[in-house]
Design a protein. Structure first.
Length: 367
């Protein structure tokens, strides 16, 4: 199984990126990172009073990160809403930043960065994906021909206004299990310098073959195929406060396509007490290849399915369902109901989740 490590080179010609996105045989470039290229970025003017050096938006290759800034008082880069959903995997987020060092902090850290995502339709604020603190490896070079004589939006940079090299900053992602970032979500990156630290960051230019890049593990998403099968797992039924939550056996049977528009899509769930959920409409479907799993046979191109839909509980409409199912190969003893939650119109819920918890078999199919 393969893990697709996406490294979007900041400053690539957008037409080249667009061509990569249209490739039918490889996963598209990560839209989450694409916003750092060219006109895809917006610098939000949240700078500290008196900061007049950071272009807003940065139209040239150099952005100056002023001293004594914080995450709340530095320039912010935000993406346009994502055109498609993506699946992020656990791992490291690595920012390789072309920099020029003007002064360093006396303490152990010179530069911080954070990456956050505002999920479409959810609040409050952006969820933190990664943050890190790093030591600048380059010696300070003084003001030179960049600040204080740097011109806002200057492009190309003045002679001598070139980076010293790449400062590599890696931090463990807060993503602990594969997660779908829905289309319409907005991503932001912030870079700030504590104390006396003062750097120039080169975003939109190429220097001696080097680019500023960002890497993050992303799963290959599959839009064709289906998941079938079913079985029994243990879960919890909460009858909306009528009784205390109780442990129940949950039985499910399904045929779900990776393309929401392709029919049929069926999910039937039964649990103790004669309760029943019937799926009426498949709202979202994300099939992807999790590199930690290896279902065989057959090779379907995916092994994990995250979806949602609406339906009926005991014949009453207004119910919703969210699920995350995996196929980990035959004979099905390792298949998972990673998560399942059904919310009925009266507020009662049934939930399940875990590892190797399915007594049955899920089967991923390419067609």
């Amino acid at each position: 199984m393969r893990s697709n490590m996406i490294a979007v080179r900041i400053g690539l010609v957008l037409a080249m990126v667009a061509g990569a996105l249209m490739s039918a045989t490889t996963p598209r470039a990560d839209a989450i990172e694409l916003f750092l290229a060219g006109d895809k970025i917006t610098a939000v003017d949240t700078r500290i009073p008196g900061n007049t050096l950071v272009p807003s938006p940065p139209s040239g290759p150099l952005t100056v990160i002023e001293p004594d800034t914080t995450e709340a008082s530095t320039a912010v880069w935000r993406s346009a809403p994502l055109s498609e959903s993506v699946v992020l995997l656990p791992g490291d987020v690595t920012l390789s930043l072309l920099v020029k060092d003007y002064s360093e902090n006396p303490g152990p850290f010179d530069v911080f960065y954070s990456k956050r995502i505002s999920l479409k339709g959810e609040s409050p604020g952006a969820i933190l994906i990664a943050t890190g603190a790093f030591q600048n490896p380059f010696p300070p070079v003084g003001s030179g021909t960049c600040p204080p004589s740097f011109l806002l939006g200057q492009h190309p940079p003045a002679p001598g206004c070139i980076p010293q090299g790449l400062m590599v900053m890696s931090a463990t992602s807060t993503i602990l299990t594969p997660i779908v970032i829905p289309a319409g979500s907005v991503v932001e990156v912030r870079i700030w310098c504590p104390g006396a630290s003062f750097i120039g960051a080169f975003f939109n230019g190429k220097f001696e073959g080097n680019f500023s890049t960002i890497e993050e593990p992303e799963a290959a998403r599959v839009k064709e195929g289906r998941l079938t099968g079913g079985g029994t797992t243990s879960g919890v039924f909460d009858a909306a406060g009528v009784t205390l939550p109780v442990t129940v056996d949950i039985h499910q049977g399904l045929e779900l396509h990776c393309n929401e528009a392709q029919l049929p899509n069926n999910l039937e769930v039964n649990w103790d007490g004669g309760n029943h959920f019937h799926l009426s409409s498949l709202t979202s479907a994300t099939c992807f290849d999790d590199p930690t799993k290896d279902p065989n046979p057959p090779p379907a191109g995916f092994d994990s399915y995250i979806g949602s839909g609406s339906g009926e509980c005991n014949g009453v409409p207004g119910a919703t369902a969210n699920w995350y199912f995996t196929d980990e190969g035959e004979p099905g003893t390792s298949d998972d109901v990673v998560s399942l939650k059904i919310t009925c119109a009266d507020g009662s819920t049934v939930t399940a989740g875990g590892q190797n918890n399915l007594q049955g078999n899920f089967q991923a199919h390419a067609q």
